[in-house]
Design a protein around this ligand. Structure first.
Ligand SMILES: [Zn+2]
Length: 207
């Protein structure tokens, strides 16, 4: 019904997450009406995604070069490593301007139901990185486990903590912490679920 080139664009667009066939059709029609500059800019940006973006060889964050800007920054606290599931989590934490350490991006979370095991994540790379850093006698590190407070995120944090327990690093060398969980800012106790409220109570601090 539609010319092949348009149908192909619709088929490819509908492969994107959150884009159904109707939205793909609308996007294709919009692009068809739009001037050629957007086509060219979009095409170049998409090609740049595969050609210009790498993973940082230290933390596996998205990077333009061998090391990402955070790992290459001598002003960051390299003894503080925040472990997150996704590169977008780095963006969220960076937007707070409160964290001055470095990161380690796992690229997912443990999920046996989806067939995602430890070897599918950058966990071995994290262990190697920590072991290498701690081989310097004067080094001490804090690992902040900032995976999501979901079933998968908790399982991932627990798995990582257990792995490091096997190495018996003294706490003076390696401290493992977990981000706090609790009531969101602007939230109300009345509407908080049982688990959130329990975690908020457990995580209470001196005021
Ligand atoms: Zn990095």
């Amino acid at each position: 019904m539609l010319p092949k080139s348009i149908q192909k664009a619709i088929d490819e667009l509908s492969r994107l997450p959150g884009i159904g066939s109707k939205t793909a059709q609308r996007l294709a029609m919009f692009l068809l009406r739009d001037n050629k500059k957007l086509h060219r800019d979009l095409g170049e940006a998409l090609i740049g995604l595969t050609e210009g973006v790498h993973y940082c060889s230290a933390c596996f964050n998205l990077s333009d070069g061998e090391l990402c800007g955070i790992c290459a920054d001598p002003l960051r606290d390299h003894s503080l490593i925040c472990v997150v599931s996704e590169a977008l989590d780095v963006v969220s934490i960076e937007n707070t301007h409160q964290f001055k350490g470095t990161y380690h991006v796992l690229h997912g979370a443990l999920s046996p139901m989806d067939g995602i095991g430890p070897n599918d994540l950058k966990i071995n790379e994290l262990i190697d990185r920590i072991k290498q850093k701690l081989s310097d006698d004067s080094a001490s590190l804090e690992l902040v486990l900032a995976t999501n407070p979901s079933v998968e995120g908790e399982a991932t944090a627990l798995y990582i903590q257990r792995q490091f327990m096997n190495f018996n690093f003294p706490e003076s060398k390696l401290k493992i912490t977990r981000i706090a969980r609790g009531i969101p800012i602007g939230g109300e106790l009345e509407y908080a679920d049982y688990v959130t409220l329990t975690k908020a109570m457990e995580g209470r601090q001196i005021y």
